[in-house]
Design a protein around this ligand. Structure first.
Ligand SMILES: NC(=O)c1ccc[n+]([C@@H]2O[C@H](COP(=O)([O-])OP(=O)(O)OC[C@H]3O[C@@H](n4cnc5c(N)ncnc54)[C@H](O)[C@@H]3O)[C@@H](O)[C@H]2O)c1
Ligand SMILES: [Zn+2]
Ligand SMILES: [Zn+2]
Length: 345
């Protein structure tokens, strides 16, 4: 089968690989129909993710059709259309029982990281019964792909951890697919204001179409001042970090108002200065989270009912043969205006 393989920092190729086989009774083999590329895949290609070794097939998002199931799988059968969660969970270990699937002792974020992923014709999914979701009849498959990772990530790490509530003020730093997913799902809670901050005017324009009440291009370094003016000197109730660099976390430290929450989503590769000298007295909470994808069934219903339309995030389409072009387009998002690229396998 064809598969997109990480060959070490800066190296990538579309290769011929043997089809995956059932290894454990809880496994399923899924024939990929659609997959996509995540910002995290770009981190891997740069060599930022130490757990992902050269030779790995990348990808942790997608939808497909079950090809075969292991002897222990009773809730899925060959031919079922399924949504693949970016997080594999056994459903039985201590962390899974606490709803913290991201730390499952035999799962978590393993797909396209420590085991082969979804950017291929077939993928082996461990703990299939608790890591796959049936796709409802008539559902838009491209919308379903957005449920593998970005919608649960924006919602769980940003909106839920950030305690977005009716009438509150939210700032989201980073208007990439994850920041935009946080923007879409924050509106489930009717905050009064959502301020989106980015360096890219095109992405800010998208944010306005997606419901941001204000947008700020922070290239001039004055975003914190502007937010203080907009909030009459108070700062925001929720500051969501959706980039993953020190500058944007520090911006969140400046934006958050008394009693507020800084909800970090970004994957950080460098240390960040914590300004406790200004934060200690302001009743601030700082949260971090690796997406658990525990809200996937709930988000699926909001997508099915049309309350959230994540297909608006899809900007480009490619075939698996064209995946190198897809990476190039996604990697040059400022020029190509790419948000999510769909790859048809
Ligand atoms: N916590 C988790 O479980 C989890 C899951 C998935 C992704 N992530 C992480 O979330 C982050 C966002 O993902 P994405 O796919 O949207 O990434 P992305 O790179 O597509 O988007 C980041 C956005 O930040 C903007 N940006 C960069 N530097 C900036 C700055 N100094 N000031 C303001 N804006 C700036 C960019 O213009 C871009 O629009 C990444 O770090 C990704 O690895 C975390
Ligand atoms: Zn991802
Ligand atoms: Zn578990």
């Amino acid at each position: 089968m064809k598969a997109f393989v990480y060959g070490g920092p800066g190296k990538k190729a579309l290769e011929d690989r043997p089809r995956p086989e059932i290894e454990n009774p809880g496994d399923a083999i899924v024939k990929i129909v659609k997959t996509t590329i995540c910002g995290t895949d770009l981190h891997i290609l740069k060599g930022d993710v130490a757990t992902c070794e050269p030779g790995r097939i990348l990808g942790h998002e997608g939808v497909g059709v079950i090809e075969t199931v292991g002897a222990g799988v009773t809730t899925f059968k060959a031919g079922d259309r399924v949504l693949i969660s970016c997080i594999s969970s056994c459903g039985k270990c201590e962390y899974c029982r606490r709803g913290m699937y991201s730390h499952c002792t035999t799962g978590g974020w393993i797909l396209g990281n420590v085991i082969d992923g979804t950017q291929a014709e077939y993928v082996r999914i461990p703990h299939a019964e608790t890591s796959l979701y049936p796709i409802p009849e008539g559902a838009d498959e491209e919308a379903m792909v957005m449920l593998s990772d970005i919608l649960p990530t924006g919602f769980e790490c940003g909106v839920l951890n950030g305690k977005v509530s009716p009438g509150s003020t939210v700032a989201i730093v980073g208007s990439g697919p994850i920041g935009l997913a946080a923007l879409l799902t924050a509106q489930l809670y009717s905050p009064a204001d959502i301020i989106m901050i980015d360096l890219d005017d095109n992405r800010l324009e998208v944010a306005r179409r997606f419901g941001a009440t204000r947008t700020i291009n922070s290239t001039d370094g004055k975003a914190a001042e502007t937010v203080m003016t907009l909030t009459r000197g108070r700062g925001v109730d929720t500051a969501i970090e959706a980039v993953g660099v020190p500058a944007t976390f520090q911006l969140c430290e400046q934006l958050v108002g008394p009693g507020g929450v800084i909800a970090n989503i970004g994957v950080h590769g460098k240390p960040v200065e914590l300004h406790l000298e200004t934060l200690w007295s302001r009743n601030i909470a700082i949260t971090t989270r690796l997406v658990d994808a525990v809200t996937t069934p709930m988000l699926l219903k909001t997508v099915q009912s049309g309350k959230i339309d994540p297909t608006r995030l899809v900007t480009h389409h490619f075939t698996l043969d064209q995946i190198l072009d897809a990476y190039d387009t996604f990697g040059r998002a400022t020029e190509t205006k790419a948000l999510k690229v769909i790859i048809n396998a």
